[in-house]
Design a protein around this ligand. Structure first.
Ligand SMILES: NC(=O)c1ccc[n+]([C@@H]2O[C@H](COP(=O)([O-])OP(=O)(O)OC[C@H]3O[C@@H](n4cnc5c(N)ncnc54)[C@H](OP(=O)(O)O)[C@@H]3O)[C@@H](O)[C@H]2O)c1
Length: 385
């Protein structure tokens, strides 16, 4: 029996994780659940799975949810979320909070020696070096949940690292693949949220449309697999069937494929090094049709290029890139910024950024705060202009 903390249980990944608990009730037990403010869904989940602790970031909703959950401890605020991550009865943490807000609880779970199934890519984008050195020092088992990194992990199993020449991350291209600049100028929030192959949270769906998601994944892959940016390439693969590939010295390419269903990657992260027999959907090759691969357009989708540059610049640049992106995407989702302005905000913030070394958590958080302040000033100016 694996005892789970699900951080971000009300989100897309969190709900997929709970669906796996339904499929494997004798193998998984929910010990803690955590979310930001969705008290209704969180209490429904708590009534169904009877965790020992429920944590809600929004302090004001604590009394309301506590009244609905007699017999279950309810915690709140940042300390409540961290309590859910480090609960003594938890074996494995599914880190599925969205954005940089996932960093503190995930890092604390690592310090607490928990196994980590990492969906929150921002943890590695903002603090990759610190996180991976801590994982290695404490011998923590950290497995990626992002389907691309899960694919890379699977292709690298048993591989001799000296024989790897390239990691190839696939990207669906999002809803605006093959759009022109003029078309991109006109896109609405609704269109940007209409992802062709994946159903995900709002923030990652916009990142997918700008290709920032792929940029964040390049940074994540760099830290997870200790591979330089020059050896990580991105290809657009609209069918989202090949989840990523590894190329070896002799030109051989190993690809990992399955239906686009995040439960596969979550299950792999929770069961590695085993593979469990599962009822998840299978590929039907007779219906698959052609698989296409195209180079990304870095002129039209500059967020991907900026992510490579931030990774190469190092220090606090990736944290600043991520923070600026979170602010710009938030404004876009509120209808206060156009789609094509998102990369302009990030570019401005990165130009102005005063880099610092990010060797500890406080330095990462300071870089994040500073870039948010800077992005806020930029968006306010652009929104007025
Ligand atoms: N969805 C996917 O298919 C997918 C694939 C690969 C990687 N990921 C990564 O997984 C993470 C989650 O993505 P998602 O699509 O599941 O996002 P989502 O649907 O927006 O869900 C986000 C979850 O995080 C919670 N949350 C947000 N801020 C929080 C805070 N400060 N404290 C506690 N909980 C907080 C939300 O609670 P409320 O509901 O109360 O707001 C919700 O439960 C992201 O880092 C994303 O990049 C997602």
């Amino acid at each position: 029996m694996k005892r789970l903390a699900i951080l971000g249980s009300t989100g897309s990944i969190g709900q997929s994780a709970l669906s796996l608990v339904d499929l494997f009730p004798d193998q998984f037990q929910v010990v803690t659940l955590a979310a930001k403010s969705n008290a209704d869904l969180l209490s429904q989940q708590a009534l169904k799975y009877r965790p020992k602790l429920v944590a809600l970031y929004a302090e004001a909703s604590r009394p309301e949810i506590a009244a609905r959950l007699p017999g279950i401890r309810v915690a709140s605020g940042q300390t409540g979320i961290t309590e859910a991550a480090v609960h003594p009865d938890v074996d494995a943490v599914i880190a599925a909070i969205s954005g940089a807000a996932g960093l503190i609880p995930t890092f604390n779970a690592i310090l607490g020696g928990k196994d980590i199934a990492l969906a929150n890519k921002e943890t590695l984008v903002t603090a990759g070096r610190l996180v991976m050195s801590t994982v290695s020092r404490l011998k923590v088992k950290l497995l990626p949940v992002d389907s691309e990194h899960s694919a890379l992990h699977q292709c690298l199993r048993g591989a001799c690292r000296d024989e790897v020449t390239r990691l190839v991350l696939t990207a669906s291209g999002g809803p605006f693949f093959r759009h022109t600049r003029e078309q991109l100028d006109q896109v609405t929030v609704e269109q940007a949220l209409n992802h062709p192959t994946w159903r995900m949270g709002r923030k990652i769906t916009i990142d997918s449309a700008t290709l920032m998601n792929k940029g964040l994944e390049v940074i994540e892959a760099h830290h997870l697999f200790a591979v330089g940016p020059d050896k990580i390439t991105v290809v657009i693969h609209p069918q989202s069937t090949v989840h990523s590939m590894v190329e070896f010295v002799d030109g051989t390419v190993l690809a990992q494929m399955n239906v686009p269903d995040m439960r596969s990657a979550i299950l792999y992260a929770l069961t590695y090094p085993e593979r469990w027999q599962s009822p998840l959907p299978r590929l039907d090759f007779s219906k698959l049709g052609p698989l296409e691969f195209h180079p990304p357009d870095l002129q039209l989708f500059p967020c991907l290029r900026m992510a490579y540059q931030a990774l190469e610049s190092g220090r606090s640049y990736p944290a600043a890139l991520n923070a600026a992106n979170e602010v710009a995407v938030d404004w876009f989702l509120k209808g206060r910024l156009s789609f094509n302005t998102i990369p302009r905000v990030i570019d401005r913030v990165l130009i102005d950024h005063q880099p610092i070394e990010v060797d500890d958590l406080e330095a990462v958080l300071e870089a994040d705060r500073e870039a948010r302040r800077s992005a806020q000033a930029v968006v306010e100016k652009l929104a007025c202009g």
